[in-house]
Ligand binder design. Structure first.
Ligand SMILES: Cc1ncc(COP(=O)(O)O)c(C=O)c1O
Length: 343
């Protein structure tokens, strides 16, 4: 039986060509700043984000944590969407390790808006017993809102709110290249609205390990120290950085295929009595659909028996994620299985 893995875009595996690039990578001790491949990856990331400095880190979670450590601060409120990855899927590390007080803020389609943020911000001039707000995180694309994107007006809105209250603004851009392709905004332009940004190499881009954190030179100098404190100072990490470099040089334009595939799946599900999804709401490579008349966990098992792997994320919600591991032909086969499913 063929297996079609729609659980996440984190399941992608390095291609033969990427593995060759990793095999051949020049390396050095990166804690001494002497790994040429890591340095090349960080320089390319500066160009992509338009920031002065970038740091190769082990994961997106580590990039978010380092930023919270530096720009959040102990006992400070950090505003993020109430379904943010940092709030629910980073093991409480923002509070447990960085010491911040994460505050979940509602927002349609995962998008934070100034008029709602206004109700949650604690200005520095407020009552002394209130934790002061130090930072905002926006997630672009927003994973659990269904791969949704911040458009220019959303970015401007949050940026001017952050400026008004002197808050640091961080973009959790784990899938920023998906957002860039879907909105037509370059990653450089998106980054220009924020102080710091992270993006992942080990998701849709297909590298096996790593993420990038970008910001000012002073911020990244500090981030290097915090990365080491967290046990993330790696030595000959050029071997893994080479995978990231290859991904940035080769795998960005093809992300559009994942978006088209996600929409195709949504259209296929749309006609079924047991699924509810509006294909017009699919912006990138993540789609959520509601199950009708069958619990999501049961449908997840039913699909798995036919070779389609996915996650039930709620009692009546299932998530599909498309990636380079699932070809257009695979999507056709998945639609065939969906069409023949008896519920
Ligand atoms: C939006 C978002 N941010 C951060 C992360 C964390 O990335 P990592 O798995 O590399 O820690 C993820 C992972 O899925 C994510 O979806």
């Amino acid at each position: 039986m063929n297996i079609y893995d729609l659980r996440s875009d984190t399941i992608t595996k390095p291609s033969e060509a990427m593995r060759k690039a990793m095999y051949k990578a020049q390396v050095g001790d990166d804690v001494y700043g002497e790994d040429p491949t890591v340095n090349k990856l960080q320089e390319l990331s500066n160009k992509i984000t338009g920031k002065k400095s970038s740091l190769f880190v082990s994961s997106g979670s580590m990039a978010n944590l380092i930023t919270l450590f530096i720009n959040g601060g102990r006992g400070k409120d950090v505003l993020m969407h109430n379904e943010a990855h940092s709030l629910h899927h980073e093991l409480g590390a923002p509070a447990a390790i960085a010491g911040v007080n994460p505050i979940g803020v509602p927002g349609e389609r995962g998008i934070l808006r100034s008029e709602i943020l206004q109700e949650y911000v604690n200005p520095k001039s407020g009552a002394y017993h209130d934790a002061k707000t130090s930072m905002i995180i926006i997630e672009n694309t927003h994973n659990f809102a269904g791969g949704t994107c911040y458009y220019k007006e959303n970015l401007k809105d949050v940026q001017s709110f952050a400026h008004k209250y002197g808050l640091s603004l961080h973009i959790d851009g784990a899938r920023i290249f998906n957002a860039s392709i879907a909105t037509g905004l370059s990653v450089k332009e998106i980054s220009s609205y924020a102080d710091t940004i992270t993006f992942c190499l080990a998701k849709g881009l297909g590298a096996p390990v790593g993420a990038i954190l970008s910001g000012s030179k002073e911020f990244i100098d500090e981030a290097k120290i915090v990365r080491k404190m967290l046990g993330g100072g790696l030595r000959q990490s050029g071997i893994i950085a080479a995978g990231g470099l290859y991904a940035l040089e080769h795998n960005i334009p093809r992300l559009i295929e994942d978006h088209i595939n996600a929409k195709t799946l949504a259209k296929c599900l749309n006609g079924k009595a047991w699924a509810k999804v509006d294909p017009n709401t699919i912006e990138t490579n993540i789609l959520f659909f509601d199950t009708v008349g069958i619990p999501a966990s049961k449908l997840e098992r039913k699909l798995a028996r036919r070779g389609i792997l996915c996650f039930a994320t709620g009692e009546n919600t299932i998530r599909f994620v498309t990636s380079l591991s699932v070809t257009k032909q695979d999507i056709n086969s998945i639609c065939g299985i969906i069409n023949s499913l008896e519920i």
